[in-house]
Design a protein around this ligand. Sequence first.
Ligand code: UDP
Length: 236
Amino acid sequence: MVTKLEQLYEGKAKKIFKTDEQSIYWVVYKDDATAFDGKKKGTIKGKGYYNNQISAHFFKYLEDKCQVPTHYVETVSETEMLVKAVEIIPIEVIARNIAAGSLAKRIGVAEGTKLKKPVLEFCYKSDELGDPMINDYHIAALELASEEELAEIKRLAWLVNEKLSAYVANFNLTLVDFKLEFGRFRGQVILADEISPDTCRFWDSTTQEKLDKDRFRRDLGQVEEAYQEVLRRIRG
Ligand code: UDP
C-alpha cells in the first residue's frame, strides 16, 4: 500500500495528492458541486462516494473488457482511488449522441434530438478563458497535443463512446453525452480524470428522466438520488 503525501492540486470536484510512489497519485472525490464556470456552487451529499465508485466501475470495465488504457489503479476508500501519475493533456474531449445542454442551444435543436452521427468536440482546458471550444488546428497551433496523440485521443474517445453507450444500455440508461480527459504516461496516451454523472449525461432510457448533474444545474431536485441510482444500476 502506498502512503498519501502532500496535496498537488485541488480542483472543483477532486483533490490530488502525491504518494511515496512517484508514478502514483492519490485522488479524493469531493461532495462539492459547481456549474456554469463555477458561478453556481453547492454540495451534493454522497457525491464523492458515488463518483469514486462509478468512475472505478467504468474505468475497470473499459480497461479489462474494451482495451482502453486508463489511469485507474485501485480503490482505497469510499471516496478515494489511486491513479497513474499522468501529465494531463489540457483538452476536454466531449462526445455527443443526443443534442443537450450547450449543443442544443448552439445549433438550435430541441434537447433530446438524436444526432444522425455522433459528434466529437474539443475545449481548451482553461478556467480563466472558460474552456473555449477549439479544433484540430488550434490544438496544433498551441501544441496542446502532437498529431499522433490527437489521433489516439480521437480513437479512444470513439471507442469509449461505443463501449460505454452499449454497456449502460444494459441498465436502461442512455449515454447522451460526456466529457473525457486524457493524460501522458510513459509515452502513451491514457484515459484520465473521471467518468461519472458529473461528466456524463445519463437519461433513463424509458422515461428520459435525467440521472446526472443537470439535476443540480437546473434545480430539478433528487440530485443525490440520481447519482445513487446510477451506481445502483451499474452494480446490478
Ligand atoms: N462537461 C463536463 N465538464 C465541463 C463541460 C462539460 O464534464 O466543463 C460534460 C457535461 O456534463 C456533459 C457534456 O460534457 O455531459 C457536454 O456538456 P455541454 O457542452 O452541453 O455543457 P453544459 O451544458 O454541461 O454546460
